[in-house]
Write a protein that binds this ligand. Structure first.
Ligand code: GLC
Length: 779
């Protein structure tokens, strides 16, 4: 293609277009308060301001009509009852809550938002909210020299997005994934700004193709959309964690995942026969390498027809699933949206007869080519279709399947635009709307249909869903993997900021294909990647057809042993990880997080791409380059202990750390604690012993955390069947005191006590548990 040659930079290639002319929203004419919202008429359009909490405000501009306030596919919260103090003066209107002040100058209409201390959060200057004749809407906001930008969902490149611009348009990108490759599969039009240690967020709830520009100017940034309303929420923070809580208050939090989905997943495009899958499972069991899930990629189907098995390759899927389940392994099949156009295929027949497929306004079905050939696509924007699709999953759940993998749901189509015709008219629950507007939510709504259908069918068991495409709020239904990466060290490196920014965008359950999907992996890369994978929220090894197999044993015994050690470590850390997933489900905080989330005052963390944290007290600094066994590690404030060696390191300093191929540098903050379980076997993954490693401090520091456990697979926790311990650790010169401040829930785990290990205890220190000298916490 010409675009792939130097022609791409031919001077005469692009027609020069005229200057972009925006029409400003103009002067504020009048306003009234109706249904808890400020309805404002301006010279060139209308604005509504709504308060969701005293820290979250929504602004909607519509240049043509009264702003529409309902119909978001992302937001699940309603505006709250917020007490607002209003001051109306000649030149400005001031609306303040207990936490923020919104200052609106009237001529022209410009917004400035301050926090309770009078610090500017958002401000507009010469430019504010505007639109173009072609329907594009845009908001310009002031950018400060000290602003750093994070979030934006799944984006390549570094952690800090200052100086970048991004587009949101769910896209199937097989190759390349470069720092400049944009957009990718997910659209999360949300970001967090960190300015001088304080954070705020903006969520631009617009499902058209949107753009975020932090590049064009040093004085302002902008966000814009091809159409629709300028509908956005400002979240006042002020800590990064508060911003995320506010954002997930709006768009929802992850459901507590089944524990098995937090284990190790093995995948391949494809394990092509029942026998191959059985051999694979047997290998894991015999080698005692932990595995919870084996994925079935597209070859399991009959001609890539969803809701079928190929009877030759997989003669008895029920038995396969049951036998693997017996071994402690679950099967997760891939389900793509494209339904093969085949008059003899019952799903296609039903889809046509029940009118479930996407159509043009004139009534013709939209067809596109994907794996099965010419296919039709369910119209997930309509409740009727979501229900139908959800119900179809009985095919899988009746076989004992509890998890599904949604792919190609951008939707991907093998054509020039890579997707569905933007002129397709979706039914959209009674409000017909083009694909141009709803493209970015197609995957989200497929996820909703799938998750809700399976939840219904699993009778109290938690479903697991993995998705490639999504929109803001996708975390409510699915975990997200970052698509078709390659077996390059650069892709391992890039996966860290990508997963961290996804975490900062509300998607706590995410990870890349470990080992790399396309290209041939190698022993060292796979080993280092497996070490990282053991601590990314989603942990799946997946590789593509035509490339080297990359199961943990493919590169000889030495590497197998190391990978096994780290996959086991995943299970040893499960009590800690599960507690963090619980936190994610409660507060929206990511499991894997950048250091800036915990240390927003520390500028050294602002663009730290090659280290990450698990929770608030563990720093990981993996080796991300070939042939390297030493690396620089920055440790933030506090004192730190290396997990594997017990060696102490000072915080707010950079250290040179040695890590042979079998070592992953992990540091735990002194004065804090981590929960550890044990690996038993593939068949029995429930630890009978759980321990608490306390890293003794000396300086009077106190640390508080929540330990959470339950049966790991049902919703019984919703009825009190859980164990929640609120634990405080206080280290003084004479003692390390551990106190269970609060205990909730009726769940009785397989262990009756939590054993204590205190690391770095000095001679003068006693260990005190709940006021007594003991070494266990009795449950
Ligand atoms: C897409 C997916 C990949 C999958 C393949 C075949 O490329 O991203 O994970 O293996 O399709 O289904």
């Amino acid at each position: 293609m010409l675009e792939d040659t130097s022609f791409a930079i031919h001077p005469g290639k692009e027609q020069q277009s005229g200057p972009v002319v925006y029409r400003d929203i103009g002067r504020l004419i009048n306003y009234e308060v109706k249904e808890n919202a400020y309805q404002i008429n301006c010279e060139n359009g209308n604005v509504v301001i709504q308060f969701y909490t005293d820290s979250i405000v929504r602004i909607v501009m519509n240049q043509k009509e009264q702003p529409k306030l309902n119909g978001s596919r992302a937001v699940v919260a309603e505006p709250g009852i917020v007490s607002i103090h209003e001051t109306n003066q000649d030149e400005e209107l001031i609306l303040s809550t207990a936490k923020i002040e919104l200052n609106i100058t009237k001529e022209p209409f410009r917004l400035t938002m301050f926090d309770g201390q009078g610090r500017e959060i958002i401000a507009e200057g010469d430019r504010g909210m505007a639109y173009r004749e072609n329907g594009e809407v845009v908001a310009f906001k002031r950018m400060h020299d000290t602003d750093h930008f994070y979030g934006f969902g799944e984006k390549a490149g570094h952690l800090d997005k200052r100086g970048e611009s991004y587009e949101m348009w769910n896209s199937d990108v097989y190759a390349p994934h470069n720092p400049e490759t944009d957009p990718l599969y997910e659209s999360i039009p949300y970001f967090m700004t960190l300015r001088d240690g304080k954070a705020h967020g903006v969520f631009f709830d617009n499902t058209f193709r949107t753009k975020f520009d932090m590049k064009t100017s040093n004085d302002y940034y902008s966000f814009s959309a091809e159409g629709g309303q300028l509908d956005y929420y400002i979240m006042a923070g002020p800590e990064p964690k508060a911003v995320l809580q506010q954002y997930t208050h709006l768009t929802g939090r992850i459901p507590l995942p089944p524990k098995w989905s937090l284990g190790y997943h093995q995948s391949r495009y494809s394990y092509e026969t029942e026998q191959e899958v059985r051999d694979l499972a047997k290998n894991f069991v015999e080698k005692d390498i932990p595995v919870d899930v084996i994925h079935l990629d597209i070859h399991y189907m009959n001609g890539y027809r969803v809701f079928t098995f190929d009877n030759e390759r997989f003669p008895n899927p029920e038995k396969l699933i049951a036998d693997l389940r017996e071994m402690g392994i679950r099967v997760v099949p891939i389900v793509d949206p494209g339904v093969k156009k085949d008059a003899e295929y019952p799903i296609y027949q039903e889809g046509v007869n029940q009118d479930q497929f996407c159509k043009y306004i004139e009534g013709e079905t939209y067809f596109g080519e994907v794996w099965p050939g010419i296919s039709a696509f369910p119209d997930f924007t309509d409740e009727k279709t979501r229900k139908w699709w959800g119900e179809k999953h009985e095919f899988y759940t009746n076989m004992g399947i509890e998890g599904v993998w949604n792919d190609m749901n951008e939707p991907a189509v093998f054509n020039e635009t890579k997707t569905m015709d933007v002129n397709v008219m979706h039914r959209n629950d009674g409000e017909p709307t083009t694909h141009r507007e709803l493209h970015n939510v197609y995957g989200l709504l497929m996820g909703k249909a799938t998750y809700e259908g399976m939840k219904e069918q699993l009778h109290g068991k938690r479903p697991f869903l993995l998705t490639r495409a999504g929109y803001a709020g996708v975390q409510r239904y699915a975990s997200v993997w970052t698509g078709d990466n390659r077996s390059f060290w650069e892709h391992l490196q890039m996966s860290l900021p990508m997963v961290m920014n996804l975490g900062l965008s509300g998607v706590a359950f995410t990870g890349p294909d470990v080992g790399g999907f396309a290209h041939d992996t190698n022993a060292e890369l796979l080993t280092r990647w497996t070490q990282v994978g053991a601590f990314t929220p989603f942990f799946r090894n997946h590789s593509a057809i035509g490339f080297r197999y990359q199961e943990p044993w493919q590169f000889g015994e030495k590497h197998e042993e190391i990978m096994k050690k780290y996959i086991k470590m995943r299970y040893e850390w499960m009590p800690q990880l599960y507690s963090l997933f619980y936190e994610a489900s409660q507060k929206g905080l990511p499991v894997m997080r950048p250091l800036l989330m915990e240390y927003p005052e520390d500028a050294k963390t602002y663009n730290l791409n090659d280290q990450f944290m698990i929770g608030d007290n563990v720093v990981l600094a993996p080796i991300l380059q070939p042939s390297i066994t030493d690396r620089v590690v920055y440790l933030p404030k506090g004192d730190w202990v290396e997990f594997s060696t017990g060696v102490n390191y000072e915080g707010e300093k950079t250290h040179l750390i040695h890590a042979e191929l079998d070592e992953l540098p992990i540091f735990v903050r002194k004065g804090s604690a981590i929960m550890q379980g044990e690996w038993i076997s593939n068949k029995d993954k429930t630890p009978k012993q759980v321990s608490m490693n306390v890293y003794a401090g000396i300086s009077g520091e106190s640390y508080r955390f929540t330990y959470y456990d339950d049966d790991g697979e049902t919703f019984a926790y919703e009825n009190g069947q859980f164990l929640e311990l609120d634990i405080e650790v206080v280290s003084t010169k004479n003692a390390v005191e551990i106190t269970v401040v609060d205990q909730q829930g009726a769940f009785k785990p397989a262990y009756q006590e939590i054993k204590l290990h205190v690391i770095g205890l000095n001679e003068d220190q006693d260990v005190i548990i709940n006021g007594e000298k003991k070494t266990t916490i009795q449950l």
